[in-house]
Design a protein around this ligand. Structure first.
Ligand code: PNS
Length: 168
């Protein structure tokens, strides 16, 4: 397939850390597009729980084998999403929506991004089993010793347990 025919989606986020809700969305994006770029957008002035290299590694190893050849993972520091889309040649942004709160947060960003360069955002309804799952909630629950097994990839679970032994 020539570069012109390839339909490429960009799945942006902080991914601090990736959850199984994110994995669900990127696998479904890979069913709709030829290629998926998972873009870890971060602010170099802010420290997340996990470093950027660690986040990239978690994502790379969480992508199921069946779609891995068509998924690439990259980090971008302090950039506008629309500029990242241009740089990687993305045809659309793909985001998962867990509910109306997500929609209220995402809609102005989708409209702004389309205003800036015309890039469209495709919203996928999040799978109900992950409707309560976000990186920030997972971190909070893990920090206080709650069980987040089944909500994040195994490697992320192990890393959270190491960071917060017995909820510290
Ligand atoms: O995982 P998150 O924190 O919900 O991801 C939000 C993210 C990084 C996708 C969003 O904040 C973003 O697009 N940041 C890049 C800067 C930008 O383009 N801001 C204007 C959006 S209209």
């Amino acid at each position: 397939m020539s570069e012109q025919q390839i339909r490429r989606a960009l799945c942006p986020g902080s991914y601090d850390p990736i959850t199984l809700g994110h994995v669900d969305v990127l696998v479904r994006a890979a069913a709709l597009f030829d290629e998926v770029v998972v873009a870890v957008l971060h602010n170099p002035a802010k420290h997340g729980l996990f470093g950027v290299e660690e986040r990239l590694g978690f994502i790379e190893r969480a992508v199921p084998e069946a779609v891995a050849p068509r998924v690439r993972v990259e980090a971008f520091a302090g950039r506008l999403l629309v500029d990242v889309c241009r740089d990687v040649g993305a045809d659309a942004i793909v985001k998962g929506l867990r509910g109306e709160t997500d929609f209220a947060y995402e809609l102005p960003m989708a409209l702004m991004n389309r205003h800036l360069t015309g890039v469209e955002t495709v919203f996928l309804p999040g799978s109900p089993e992950y409707g309560h799952v976000s990186s920030s909630l997972v971190k909070e629950v893990a920090r206080f010793g709650g069980d987040v097994g089944g909500l994040v990839p195994h490697e992320v679970l192990a890393a959270l347990t190491e960071k917060f032994p017995a909820g510290s």
